[in-house]
Write a protein of this length. Sequence first.
Length: 209
Amino acid sequence: MDKEIIEIVLLSLFVTGVASILSSIVGFFISLGLFFRKDKIFKKILEFFRALTGVPTIIFGLVVLLMLSRRGILGPLNLLFTPTAIIIAQFLLLLPLVITLCSELLEDDGSRILTTCKILHIPSNKLNRVFFRELKTRFLGIFLVAFARGISEVGSVMLVGGNIKGHTRVMTTYIALSTSMGNYNTSLVIALILFSISFLLNFLIKWVK
């Protein structure tokens, strides 16, 4: 296999993996905190995150682009058109999805776990650990869903990464560029790899459930 293709696949897996891990961890604890509150603010915040899941992905890329541009609040860090910029964009894209899915999970099983904790007199400072242990298998499924969503992203990744060869070019942006240039053979190779990864993820998601 061509060295460039291998680098593109590895970079895609790396940036999406990091973004998925970060968004899953942060999203789980945010949804858990909202679950423990269960008031009007909880409902409003949850509705906000649910609404964000329907926002066009390019909007997240634009927000990150403005933040990382020279005049942006993070401009001095010079992160634009780097793998870190892609990770940030994917993190913001995946976080609402993770929070929504985790909240639905907690709505289904959270009350049962919380009741058991009260019966066993488990201290509040250990509740996070208990919830994670009890829901870790289904939480893994949410992580896989987030990863599958991130690995297929094009718009925001193209916007903040710039699709720079050997630096920020990932599978989806490579397919977009090669197809526009008429290089269908190379596009097909990457597409088959991406399809294989997506197929494997869907299998794992169903297996975890």
